[in-house]
Design a protein around this ligand. Structure first.
Ligand code: COA
Length: 328
């Protein structure tokens, strides 16, 4: 069983940071950022909460799908940058979009979140016949977790949201979800500290690095190495399951972290770069929102057309990776 993407929508914050704007915080320049990453500017949520961006993207997707939100049976929000530990972003978005008959939960697979969430949506549709539509929302405000004194990481990320309304279909579909938790320390941000009222002395050695407050810490070089293998692997494992090859794919929609990662993956796969949807130049890395933002933009521009075969391939903290091959 496959899925049909009925409609998509997106939301980008009003504020943008251009490469040269970072000179206010760190020793950097436009040329370094462009040549090492491919990024020129990125949207930044100056005031928008994560749930608000998700809601706006979800409303646009519902409108684009032309459905009644009362017919949505499930809302899955993927985010690594929730506004709250609880409630979930999905519960807030479920209420805000009028999806009054839907269950709702959040899913965190970091930048691979949309691949995980879309695949989860398909599995729910397969096992629960009473579900008509699932709303998948990817919403991220990375800027809240960025260490703006760390010049090798703060320039990489952007904020935004994108959403899709999906239904079951008999279209082509394959997926793979993977994780290598041995790399969990390579890209992480802490949540809550032990409350001082209950803290006790212990010999426990925490394998995770100490971090300034709750900011994102990354080992860029190791993540880079992982990413250049994870992208081709995600496609190859999903393709193998249904016996198709790279030549059957019309568009590759990769996680948008660094254009050099995508170029290396394209070379490994033997696929020309013009088959890859690239939006990171103007969005940066928006974590789980990056693949659906790229897909939504490619649909809006008329690049991706109904009936075409797509490979959505991602990687992220965890370290996670995953791929979906589907017909649009
Ligand atoms: N501006 C100017 N110089 C910078 C800089 C910046 N923003 N950031 C780092 N540098 C400097 C470094 O300090 C270093 O200087 P030095 O040689 O004097 O020590 C030099 O540039 C080279 O740094 P290096 O870390 O080797 O650069 P790189 O080519 O590996 O690029 C990343 C760094 C972070 C862009 C790259 O490793 C990367 O993209 N990694 C993957 C990160 C990622 O995708 N994360 C999200 C996963 S979902």
């Amino acid at each position: 069983m496959g899925i049909n993407i009925l409609g998509m929508g997106k939301y980008l914050p009003e504020q943008k940071l251009k490469n040269d704007d970072f000179k206010k915080f760190i020793d950097t320049n436009d040329e370094w950022i462009r040549t090492r990453t491919g990024i020129t500017e990125r949207p930044m949520a100056g005031w928008e909460p994560t749930w608000y961006m998700g809601k706006q993207a979800a409303l646009a997707a519902i409108e684009n799908a032309g459905i009644d939100p009362k017919d949505i049976g499930l809302v899955i929000s993927c985010t690594a940058t929730s506004d709250f530990h609880t409630p979930s972003m999905a519960s807030v978005i479920q209420y805000e979009t009028g999806a009054v008959n839907a269950g709702a939960f959040d899913l965190n697979a970091a930048c691979t979140g949309f691949v995980y969430a879309l695949d989860t949506a398909r599995r729910f549709l397969e096992t629960d016949e009473s579900l008509k539509y699932v709303l998948v929302v990817a919403n991220e405000a990375l800027s809240r977790f960025l260490d703006f004194t760390d010049r090798s990481s703060c320039i990489l990320f952007g904020d935004g949201a994108a959403a899709a309304v999906v239904e079951r279909s008999s279209k082509l579909y394959s997926s793979v979800l993977g994780s290598d938790g041995s790399g969990a320390q390579l890209l992480c941000a802490r949540t809550l500290d032990v409350a001082p009222e209950v803290a006790v002395e212990s010999d426990f050695e925490d394998p995770f690095p100490k971090m300034p407050q709750h900011k994102l810490l990354q080992n860029g070089k190791e993540v880079y190495k992982f990413a250049t293998n994870a992208l081709p692997k995600s496609f190859e494992l999903a393709a193998e399951k249904i016996g198709i090859t790279k030549d059957d794919i019309d568009w590759f929609v990769p996680h948008q972290a660094n254009v050099r990662i995508i170029e290396t993956a394209a070379k490994k796969l033997g696929v020309p770069m013009d088959k890859f949807v690239i939006t990171l130049d103007h969005y940066g890395n928006t974590s789980s929102a990056s693949i659906p933002l790229a897909l939504c933009e490619a649909i809006e521009k008329g690049m991706v057309k109904k009936g075409q075969k797509l490979a959505l391939i991602g990687f992220g903290a965890g370290l996670t990776y995953g791929g979906i091959i589907l017909e649009y």
